[in-house]
Design a binder for this molecule. Structure first.
Ligand code: FDA
Length: 533
């Protein structure tokens, strides 16, 4: 329940409304701003955290964390208001006032949503951007941390390393990814085979529900706590913070990167990797990045498979293990570098390992136009099948295309499909992320690249999981199905929902029906409640 304002605060509120919207015409947000002032404790602070299109900082606040240039064009629908709370108590009024004024909320933590759902919407909306809520407190003794949802994983890794050289956390590779979206969709990186996903290692959380109540694990109950660990946060409320279980990492890990082109037997080595990478010792993670490159010898185009690895141990243990498990790669001692776990984070993210402070940067240096898709592979792809992929990578649109193959197995095989909503466990050899990047902003060019990745996706159909053709929610892809904006049936949502969540989709719908029956928290791929037909 929201509090009733006193006369004094009402007068003050009107002053604030006047100040913060003096240049605002009545284009839809006045009532929202007025409501915000009435509902807020500290009216002065509201004017510092609310941005409308009339505010000079509006565009920079909107754009600073956008990762996909596809959603920065003039035709991308923009929010009526952006609110950047500095305190949790400033979130409840946003929910209340958005409901009162028929506006949707898009919650943004790191802004990495592949389809821009955290900052673009066809209906009148407010962005609730949590970037100011990024406190992280690490308890090294108990191996836990509380992480506010606006923190990035880079900030988290940095704060863990400040406290300990032998603790880590199994989350993603790119430091600017936000913990709000990433953990609520699963979240994986080089520690996945040893410790599973970020979401597998969450032990408590705080969320603001649709009624403005702040709940923790006990007060939200196990169903909702289950749902937000992999089911996507945006359907259920505003996640404020996560309590996570930190994991042990050795003082020294070993990394290597080995490139193989077609002339260097790439097809055979990739083919072989499919049979063994999921069975390696769980300390060993070797992913493959596939791209088209110009060969260094004759500048002719070729396909390059980059084998990039993190091993949780020293090189003396790694070399015999590689000799036994994957001699085809021909790993030599000079290919390997020993370093601390935090340095390996920088290494994987493509930064010099001395530059630890870059983990605190919230903006990506290299933001481009892109479209991505995901797949799960359950049977090795034949050499013929691989050669068909290479052929597509020789097409014009694939100049900056990439395929990232991430091995499963290890801990991922041990966790049951229903432990959390993320269902892709035993039976999957590896996950593929398909990506295409481009520089041109023209609509026609965009369409060409998107057509190319759709063609690749069609080509892949016989080689990947079926019934459903599974997908990873954190690699959001609106091609696999979307909701109607207002009234989505269970049947319609299950088209995409089963792909992301398999049978867990049904339990997510039950949780949604219980916690947000009127479907206030919704977007193009949010879980619908059962009563919306
Ligand atoms: P963003 O803020 O855009 O939110 C994503 C979704 O979550 C939106 O629907 C949003 O509304 C919702 N949301 C965000 N915060 C919320 C909150 N506090 N409460 C409720 N809902 C909330 N993935 C991976 O597993 N491993 C990896 O290594 C990488 N690497 C990577 C690199 C790059 C460059 C990109 C662009 C993306 C990745 N990802 C990834 C994918 C990433 O995990 C995915 O995009 C996450 O959803 C991003 O979370 P953000 O908070 O940054 O996004």
């Amino acid at each position: 329940m929201m509090k009733t304002p006193s006369i004094c605060s009402l007068l003050f509120a009107f002053l604030v409304i006047f100040l913060c919207s003096s240049a605002v015409s009545s284009d839809g947000h006045d009532d929202f701003l007025q409501c915000m002032s009435l509902q807020s404790n500290n009216h002065t602070s509201i004017s510092n955290i609310v941005y409308t299109p009339n505010n000079t900082s509006y565009s920079s606040i909107l754009n600073f964390s956008i990762q996909n240039l596809r959603f920065t064009s003039e035709t991308t629908p923009k929010p009526l208001v952006i609110v950047t709370p500095v305190h949790e108590s400033q979130i409840q009024p946003v929910i209340y006032c958005a409901k009162e004024n028929g506006m949707q909320i898009r919650v943004r933590s790191g802004g990495h949503d592949y389809e821009g759902l955290s900052y673009a919407s066809e209906v009148p909306f407010v962005i609730l951007d949590l970037f100011n809520l990024r406190e992280i407190s690490v308890d090294a003794e108990n191996k836990t941390a509380w992480v506010q949802a606006g923190s990035t994983i880079g900030e988290l890794y940095y704060r863990i390393a400040e406290k300990s050289q032998t603790l880590g956390f199994p989350a993603g590779v790119c430091p600017t990814v936000g913990t709000g979206g990433h953990f609520s969709g699963g979240g994986y990186g080089a520690l996945l085979r040893k410790y599973g996903l970020a979401a597998d290692n969450i032990i408590d959380a705080r969320i603001v529900d649709v009624n403005g109540r702040i709940l923790d694990r006990i007060s939200m109950g196990e169903d909702l706590f289950w749902a937000i660990r992999g089911g996507g946060g945006a359907s259920f409320g505003v996640i404020l913070a996560w309590k996570i279980q930190l994991v042990d990492v050795p003082e020294k890990v070993t990394v290597f990167t080995i490139d193989k082109t077609l002339d260097q037997n790439a097809t055979n080595i990739v083919h072989r990797w499919q049979y063994i990478a999921h069975k390696f010792d769980e300390d060993l993670f070797i992913r493959i990045l596939i791209r088209r490159v110009n060969s260094s010898e004759d500048s002719k185009r070729t396909i390059q498979a980059t084998f990039q690895s993190q091993f949780l141990g020293g090189v003396n243990r790694l070399l015999p293990l590689m000799q036994r498990s994957f001699p085809e790669l021909g790993l030599r001692r000079e290919d390997c570098t020993e370093m601390s776990w935090i340095e390996s984070i920088l290494y994987f993210a493509g930064f010099p390992i001395e530059s630890r402070d870059v983990l605190l940067n919230r903006t990506q240096p290299n933001v481009r136009y892109f479209k991505a898709k995901s797949d799960y592979v359950q049977k090795p792809i034949s050499k013929n099948g691989l050669e068909g992929i290479w052929k597509l990578f020789f097409e014009e649109e694939a100049e900056e295309a990439e395929m990232i193959l991430s091995p499963y197995g290890g801990r991922m095989d041990e966790i049951s499909e229903s432990a959390i909503p993320f269902p892709h466990r035993a039976g999957n050899l590896y996950k593929i992320q398909h990506l295409v990047y481009w520089e041109e902003e023209e609509v026609e060019a965009t369409q060409n690249y998107i057509n190319w990745i759709r063609k690749l996706y069609s080509y892949m159909a016989p080689y990947v999981s079926r019934f459903p053709r599974a997908a990873y929610i954190n690699y959001r892809d609106l091609d696999i199905g979307v909701n109607n904006n207002d009234n989505t049936s269970y049947a319609q949502a299950s088209i995409w929902g089963i792909k992301y969540f398999k049978n867990n989709f049904n339990r997510l719908v039950q949780v949604k029906t219980k916690v947000d029956p009127a479907n206030f928290f919704r977007n193009e791929q949010s879980i619908p409640p059962l009563n919306s037909w």
